[in-house]
Design a protein around this ligand. Structure first.
Ligand SMILES: [Zn+2]
Length: 442
């Protein structure tokens, strides 16, 4: 991205940030506004429109329209200042204000930065200066509208929308740039979705299996932590180094939730990277056994929860008077209690599963939902030979991550030591007489 300074271009930036300039998602706000020199003279705006920061600055400091300015909260479109700063005007650097506003646009997506000031500080360390960041955002906006060979534009692939999408993409495009990708290389990657090495690894694994592997997951995004996106990072999915395989059947389980499952099952699994490298078969077998033990616990608990109303009704029949609804006025309700109906109340199986898992693990419903949606409440649905074929190709399984990411496989850096399914079959580490014959055929 070659940036060339254009004085008139800079002048237009604040105009696009005016309070009334929030475009509908997909509208090309920034690129519509630039470059200023090619635009016809501005039509007179309605009186209600807030003046842009640029206009305020020109009016206030004609000799230095883009330097530092005194703006109060009202002029900045902010809530009134309270306390000792009430009514005070602040020297508010224009650059800082624009970056500050970007933070507000980004906040709905969730970021690892708590305040606009933190965002400003991080921008300074990442881009070197606020000015470099503001230059970058112009170029980055243009890249969003680059056409892809297969149709559509780069914008189509970004998983945030509207104004959030633009700011989000400043980070992402910067990280591509830092890794040596120019605009053409970015477009090529977005088109290919995975790098050649990953494509070859998947193809080789599929050849071994004689079946296709349903891979997905290209996404140009930063990595995430508990608070949201982390500036200065790029997901392996954004580099085409990772794939997700059947995520609805192979969930990602956060570290804390995984510990809670271990506590319920009563044992731990060695999910170390070292074990994946040396004994992926044992790791897989352990995880499946663990998954089945957990699923059995969930099934039992759900059954118990489902029977609870009927058990209560039986109790009530044996002990008349225990389930009488006195209502608000203290008189017995003539209608029988619903639990005493012959027909048990309907149970929403899905909700029951989510609530049961949330209760078992002491997690919220949102965390429990993916675990309640897998077939049979199991954690691992990959076939054994698929996982081992991907290990043979040198991929790393996300099940070895602290946040156990069971659907995720990525390229290893540095490469893993070679491991061959066939060698493994010829050299069993166990000595049981029937062991060899019990091995699954590949
Ligand atoms: Zn993934």
């Amino acid at each position: 991205m070659g940036w060339k300074p254009k004085a008139d271009e800079e002048r237009e930036v604040p105009a696009a940030k005016a309070a009334d300039a929030a475009p509908a998602p997909g509208k090309k706000a920034r690129t519509d506004a630039l470059p200023a020199a090619k635009k016809p003279p501005a039509v007179k705006e309605p009186a209600a429109r807030q003046p842009s920061i640029g206009e305020l600055n020109v009016a206030r400091e004609p000799d230095d329209p883009f330097g530092f300015h005194l703006l109060d909260n009202e002029e900045l479109g902010l809530p009134p200042a309270v306390g000792p700063r009430e009514g005070a005007r602040t020297r508010f650097p224009r650059e800082e204000y624009l970056v500050w506003q970007d933070y507000q646009l980004l906040a709905p997506a969730g970021v690892d930065l708590g305040t606009p000031d933190e965002y400003v500080r991080r921008v300074k360390t990442t881009w070197g200066s606020l000015q470099s960041y503001l230059m970058w955002r112009n170029d980055s906006d243009a890249l969003l509208d680059k056409p892809l060979p297969s149709g559509g534009t780069v914008r189509r692939i970004i998983n945030e929308h509207g104004e959030t999408q633009r700011v989000f993409f400043y980070w992402v495009s910067w990280e591509y740039h830092r890794r040596g990708l120019d605009d053409a290389a970015i477009v090529a990657l977005f088109e290919a979705q995975i790098v050649g090495q990953m494509r070859e690894a998947i193809a080789a694994a599929e050849a071994k299996l004689g079946a296709t592997i349903p891979v997905q997951g290209f996404c140009p995004r930063p990595q995430r932590d508990d608070h949201g996106y982390v500036m200065g990072t790029l997901s392996e999915h954004g580099l085409g180094h990772a794939v997700d395989i059947e995520p609805s059947k192979n969930p990602i389980v956060g570290a804390a939730t995984w510990h809670a499952i271990e506590a319920r099952v009563g044992r731990k699994v060695d999910r170390s990277r070292r074990r994946w490298e040396q004994h992926p078969d044992q790791l897989y077998d352990d995880l499946v056994a663990f998954s089945l033990a957990w699923a059995a616990i969930v099934v039992d608990e759900i059954e118990a929860a489902r029977r609870a109303p009927a058990r209560a009704a039986n109790f009530a029949r044996r002990h008349p008077g225990t389930l009488v609804d006195y209502g608000g006025v203290g008189r017995p309700d003539a209608a029988p209690h619903p639990l005493l109906d012959d027909i048990p109340p309907p149970v929403d199986d899905k909700q029951l599963a989510v609530k049961t898992i949330a209760r078992l693990l002491h997690v919220d419903l949102e965390e429990a939902a993916p675990l309640a949606a897998t077939p049979g409440y199991e954690l691992v649905s990959h076939p054994r030979k698929r996982v081992l074929a991907l290990r043979e190709q040198g991929l790393v399984w996300g099940a070895t991550f602290p946040n156990c990411d069971i659907h995720h496989f990525e390229l290893a850096s540095p490469p893993l030591a070679p491991w061959f399914v066939d060698d493994h079959r010829r050299a069993p580490t166990r000595t049981d007489p029937d062991f060899e014959s019990s091995l699954e055929r590949f």
